[in-house]
Structures are given as C-alpha cells and as structure tokens.
Write a protein that binds this ligand. Structure first.
Ligand code: NAD
Length: 485
C-alpha cells in the first residue's frame, strides 16, 4: 500500500494559501520512516500576511460579546470529541507516541477547550465601591490584539490548545506556528475550529521554522507571544520578544526528578516511575529522567525497576502491545545514543540497554534504557535527553534527595514517593520545581490550574492555562470614578 504524501499549506484569513517558501521539509512517520507530508518553511512575507489578516479580524472580533465568543468554544469542544479517535491516530502517525498516549493527549487537549468555555467568568474584573467619598474603583480586562503561538513537536494537539482557544475566547486573534515536525494535527485543529463558523482571520496557521518565529517576534503588530519548546530557543524567544516590546511566556526544557523514600509503596512507585520515564518515549517536558532513591531501599527498588523495565517493548505505537514508540527523528536518536555512550564512559552503570531494540519496522526506535549509580557530575544527570532513558542516583535520605534535585538548572516537575505526610509537606516546601507531585507519576496540572516551571524551565511570569492563562491574554485597566450628575 502506498502512503499519500500531503503537501501542507498555510491557513490565512479563512483559506488555505500556498506559502512563498522556496524550501520544504519532509515529514516522516517516525514508526516507519515513510514520508507522509511535505511542509513549507514559510517566509517573513507569509508571516506578514497572517498578521495583517489577524489584525484586521481583531477590529470586529474584540467587540463580539464574551459569551458569544465562548459559544464557539462549546461547539469546538463537541466537534473535537466527535473526532477524538481520528485525532489520536494522527498524533501517533506524525509524532510516533503510542495510541494510548495519543488518546491521553487528545483528552488533555479537550480539557483546555473546556477551560476556554469558562472565559466569561474567568475574564471578569474586580470592583470596590466607595473607595473614597463618592468614588468607586474597578478593574476591567480587555484583549491584547494579535497573539502568536509557537509550539513543539511533542504535544502537537495539547500545546496549541493551551494557547489559541483561551486567547481567542478572550477576544484576541491568533497566528499559530506549529512545529514543522508535526504539521498535520495543527491543520486538523484549525479546520475543525473553522467548522464552528469562526470568522475569517481570527485563527491563522503558518508553517515553518526559525524564519517564521523571528518574523513573529519582530512584527510590530504582534502584541504577545506564547512559546513552548527547548531551553535555548525559549531563551531566544523571550529575549527577542521582550526586546521588541511584546508580552512573552516561554515554557522551556526540563530534567524532572523523583525522590523515592524507603516507606513508599514499592510496586506502585515502580509503576509510576516507569510510566513517567518511558511513556511517550520520554519525549515529555514532564518526563521523569532522574530518580534519587534512599540507599536503604535502593537494591530492592532497582531489582523491581529492572525487572519491569526489561518487560517493556518498543515498536510501532499504532499497535497496542508496545509501551515505547519511536523517537521523533533519526538525528534525535543518534544524539540520545551519544548521551548513553557518554553515560557509560563517565562511569554510570548501564543496567538496561535500549540502544538496539528488536523492531521489524524501519523507524527511529530506542528501547527503555536504565542507568544505576549516576552522579550529578555526569552529563546524563545534567542534560535533557528527551528520550526513554532513566538515571538512578542513590542518596542517604530525603534531605540529600532534595538538595540534589535543587542543583539542577531546570525546575519543571518533581515527585516524591512516600507514605509520610510530614515528608510530603517538607518536600513541597523545600523543592524547587514549578509542578510538584506526591505519589503521582506525572504531576501535570489540569487545565484549570496554571502550568509552568521555574529556573531555566520557564522564561516569563504568567504560565499557560488557568488564571495565569487568562491574565496573560488580557490587559487590565483600573478605573477610579466619581459622578456629579
Ligand atoms: P524546539 O525548541 O526545537 O522547537 C520549538 C519551536 O521552536 C518549533 O516551533 C520550532 O520550529 C521553533 N524553533 C526551533 N529552533 C528555532 C530557532 N533556532 N529559532 C527560532 N525558532 C526555533 O523544541 P522541540 O524539539 O519541538 O520540543 C521539545 C522541547 O520542548 C523539549 O526541550 C521539551 O522539554 C520542551 N517542552 C517544554 C514544555 C513545557 O511546558 N515546559 C512542554 C512541551 C515541550
């Protein structure tokens, strides 16, 4: 059977438009290596067209009553639910994650649209009468204008949905620049959004790479930028965007730690760690990549973890039996393999070696990989690998586990496994991470809470989703008023 190769176009002002790009990239199915699409690396002129369309649409969209804007999101929500399985299959096809993980992502994306339906309540301001004799004070929230969203490959559905539903419901218009490695899902998200009757120009999609990103960061009519991706690019986006006077939230890379205490529920802890480290092939900003385990239970923990890791098979994620799908590209796999080699060279103990998994298909597979006796001076402890590679560090006690975790330059998520409430409370107060879990494998907050890390995992001050999200996409006006007639 031959695969149809789709040529992806930009969506500007309500139509599919050919890019002026002179360069295209091919998009393979990571499970098979087969080309499934070509994507244009659009030009700064294409960016300009999209921003102009969004700016024009903003003039009418900002005065559409807030409940009416939210109603588009109620319709979108229902439509996404109707397309649930199709979207999950498409995520697996272009990203490689297993169908189970893809279904989970679709659900998390849908929850972001649920949040956007509540914009009328979330966007309310504050008021206080009689702040002085005959004077009332109040705060009003207004949209910003044109907002740009730049997204990574690893959550092609959920991350764009962190951004445009809330931004649009708040009265902004939007230009989405999705990852050039996963353009197909974004295309469907935009198509389905327009089935709701959304006016042209309110949501636009531009495909491409760094030229599009820089074009958005420098465009005078873009008011704010939401970015999610790796640390160096997040830093660049934050610095360039803010230097150009824009509001920027830039969610960046991570190296998430778990601390395992001897009083934990051992079997459940191991299952939690396995899910957090190896699901979605470890290509999650919230993946657990280091476990600091208390010495007194470390041998027992390693024996159960090794046994369970060895059971995990890698393979095409569209087949239910596999736990680990392919990595996104061969170049990424090569980079991870060089990190594994470095880990061995630097003296870590490679307990489960996933470098050569037995898989019939010709994709970019790396099996679950486990290191023991890792130390914080090793490269595999310090760098984000973004792969199914887990490092175990042995620590004396909770204090050492916390101190070690806090040495990381990243601070996205951190998890403690324990049965002690006191230890949990101490961990929450002492650990430096934006998102904390106690006996849960991935502490990714639900959409009604905000999502962001600390330190080099986040540049900005308002995260995505929840109250932060609505604050990021709105501008406040404070009114102090007195009336004489
Ligand atoms: P990436 O940084 O390579 O790409 C992200 C976006 O930036 C893409 O749209 C890409 O086209 C663009 N881009 C890439 N290089 C650029 C450059 N030099 N100049 C301007 N733009 C550029 O990230 P990725 O590999 O797609 O995604 C994985 C990374 O994203 C990981 O580091 C992961 O931790 C991070 N991530 C973070 C979060 C979070 O919430 N903190 C969530 C998801 C992913």
């Amino acid at each position: 059977m031959t695969t149809t190769v789709k040529t992806v176009k930009n969506w500007i002002d309500g139509s599919w438009v050919e890019s002026r790009a002179t360069t295209q990239e091919t998009v393979p199915n990571p499970a098979t290596g087969e080309t499934i699409a070509t994507v244009p690396l659009s030009t700064v002129e294409d960016v300009h067209d999209a921003v102009v369309a969004a700016k024009r649409a903003y003039q009418e969209w900002k005065v559409v009553p807030v409940p009416e804007r939210a109603r588009y999101m109620f319709v979108y929500l229902e439509k996404l639910k109707e397309h649930r399985e199709e979207l999950a299959q498409l995520i697996t096809k272009e990203n490689g994650k297993t169908i189970k993980d893809a279904r989970g992502e679709v659900q998390r994306g849908i929850e972001c649209v649920e949040l956007a339906t509540s914009t009328p309540s979330m966007m309310m301001g504050d008021a206080l009468p009689n702040i002085a004799g005959g004077i009332d004070g109040s705060i009003w929230r207004y949209p910003l204008g044109v907002v740009a969203g730049i997204t990574p490959f690893n959550f092609p559905m959920m991350v764009p949905l962190w951004m445009f539903p809330l931004a649009i419901a708040a009265g902004n218009t939007f230009v989405l620049k999705t990852s050039e490695r996963t353009p197909l899902l974004a295309e469907r998200l935009v198509e389905i959004m327009h089935e709701t009757g959304l006016p042209n120009g309110v949501l636009n999609l531009i495909h491409g790479g760094k030229d599009v990103v820089n074009g958005l960061l420098e465009h005078p009519n873009v008011e704010a930028v939401s970015f999610v991706g790796s640390e160096p690019v997040a830093r660049h986006v934050y610095q360039t965007g803010t230097a150009n006077g824009k509001r920027v939230q830039a969610l960046a890379g991570a190296k998430n730690h778990a601390v395992v205490l001897a009083d934990c529920e051992m079997e459940k802890t191991v299952q939690g760690v396995i899910g957090a480290a190896f699901a979605s092939s470890g290509e999650r900003c919230m993946a657990c990549s280091v476990v600091a385990v208390e010495e007194s239970c470390a041998d027992q923990f390693m024996s159960v973890l090794t046994r369970e890791t060895e059971k995990l098979t890698a393979g095409n994620g569209s087949k239910d039996e596999h736990f680990v799908g392919p990595l996104i590209r061969q170049s990424h796999k090569d980079r991870v393999v060089s990190f594994i080699e470095k880990g061995v060279e630097e003296g870590a103990n490679l307990v489960v070696d996933g470098r050569d998994p037995v898989v019939e298909e010709d994709g970019y597979y790396l099996g679950a990989t486990l290191f023991d006796n890792v130390t914080p001076d090793m490269t595999i402890w310090q760098e984000e690998l973004f792969a199914p590679v887990l490092s175990v560090v042995r620590v004396k006690d909770l204090d050492e586990g916390i101190a070690l975790t806090n040495q990381s330059r990243f601070a996205n998520g951190a998890v403690l496994y324990t049965s002690s409430g006191r230890a949990a409370q101490y961990f929450r107060n002492s650990i430096d991470a934006g998102m904390i879990g106690i006996n849960v494998n991935v502490p990714a907050p639900m959409a009604f809470f905000s999502f962001a890390g600390n330190k080099a995992s986040f540049f900005g001050d308002l995260g995505t989703n929840g109250k932060d999200g609505i604050q990021f996409y709105t501008r406040k006006k404070v009114v102090t008023e007195r009336w004489f007639n």
